[in-house]
Design a protein. Structure first.
Length: 138
């Protein structure tokens, strides 16, 4: 049986294989990318279709239901330190809040790009997958 987060979690294998290529600044590696801004070279944002699909799936699944900033503040999580956080021990609310923060960060700090580059997004999705399998959903 499929669960409501299948559209998100199906990206785990792709992230394992080529996570850093999901979103970056530079030249596209193939025609399977969307290009934003710039005039070519390293000033254009390159977004894979898989990344675009993942971001839309996260937004559709959670965005309307979560006050992510309030949740992170209540849990004492500092936004500037999210990459230091041990995601493997976090609960569902924190994982979802971090995913939504990363989406919102594209407008402010671009931590979303960093999360693909350093494997953090993959770790978040694997934790979400573990929570789903353990039945630890609200």
């Amino acid at each position: 049986m499929k669960h409501p987060y299948e559209a998100i979690l199906r990206h785990i294998p792709e992230l394992e294989d080529y996570g850093p290529s999901f979103m970056y600044y530079g030249e596209p590696l193939s025609e399977d990318y969307l290009i934003y801004g710039g005039y070519g070279g390293f000033d254009q944002l390159v977004v894979s279709y898989a990344c675009d699909d993942l971001c839309h799936a996260i937004a559709q699944a959670f965005e309307r239901d979560y006050e992510w900033l309030d949740i992170l503040e209540e849990k004492g999580i500092q936004l500037e330190d999210v990459f230091e956080l041990e995601v493997e021990t976090q609960d569902f609310e924190v994982i979802v809040s971090l995913l939504l923060y990363l989406l919102a960060s594209t407008l402010l700090e671009d931590k979303l790009i960093d999360s693909f580059q350093n494997g953090y997004m993959l770790r978040l999705l694997k934790r979400l997958d573990a929570l789903v399998k353990e039945g630890r959903l609200p």
